[in-house]
Design a protein around this ligand. Structure first.
Ligand SMILES: Cc1cc2nc3c(=O)[nH]c(=O)nc-3n(C[C@H](O)[C@H](O)[C@H](O)COP(=O)(O)O)c2cc1C
Length: 202
């Protein structure tokens, strides 16, 4: 599956209707992280996915996010180092159990919110990192992979953050686990739209 190159700088980017995109948005569902197996994206596919994920709205063009790729033996070593932190967690057995979500998928991308000193509010820079996570999920699904956006305790634990190389000024926006789902996810409850949509009236 070929992912088109980015338009040349300054080239027109016309709005184009995409029924396939609408179908994806109407039915997309996160895969269970524990159900993700090889094959995951290969090196070229991952490069495309990250390029697409970095193509998000970004007030001030600051690129206030970055990626840490966890794959192969390095990922196994990362998980072993997390296992060593489990007993220090408030609920060690649960903390150990949820490590399956990062241990089993063949590829994980940590999306790091990395705000820049600028006049753009911190909240806006952090929301842009959320957009990166969501775009990565959508792009992975469009490429035929399953994906799940997880934080879990190791996004917040100071030692786990240090292990990942997250600075004090940064946050883990999410671990995006990627692979091939061994089972189809089932549709979940969705919001009652009438409860969350209001029309402002003067
Ligand atoms: C920022 C963020 C963090 C999340 N962290 C977790 C988590 O730590 N553990 C978990 O089980 N689900 C977590 N989730 C939820 C999963 O992504 C869940 O699979 C997803 O919401 C399912 O909905 P979907 O199928 O519509 O994508 C998180 C979601 C978001 C947006």
């Amino acid at each position: 599956m070929t992912v088109p190159a980015a338009p040349a700088f300054g080239a027109p980017c016309p709005v184009t209707a995409s029924p396939q995109t609408l179908a994806l948005l109407a039915s997309r569902r996160s895969a269970s992280a524990q159900a993700l197996r090889a094959p995951g994206p290969d090196a070229a596919q991952l490069a495309d996915l990250l390029r697409l994920a970095a193509r998000v709205p970004d007030h001030g063009k600051l690129a206030p996010w970055r990626f840490v790729v966890l794959e192969g033996e390095a990922k196994d070593a990362f998980v072993r180092r997390l296992q060593a932190l489990v007993d220090r967690q408030a609920a060690p057995e649960k903390a150990r159990a949820v490590l399956a979500k990062i241990a089993l998928p063949p590829l994980t991308v940590a999306v790091i919110s990395s705000p820049k000193p600028a006049s753009i509010p911190l909240w806006e820079q952090q929301m842009s990192a959320g957009a990166v996570c969501m775009t990565l999920l959508l792009a992975a699904e469009a490429m035929g992979f399953g994906a799940n956006w997880i934080t879990d305790w190791y996004a917040f634990d100071p030692d786990a953050r240090a292990l990942l190389g997250v600075a004090d000024t940064e946050q883990v926006a999410g671990f995006i686990h990627l692979g091939t789902p061994s089972e189809d996810p089932l549709e979940r409850v969705r919001p009652d739209m009438s409860a969350i949509v209001q029309r402002w009236e003067a």
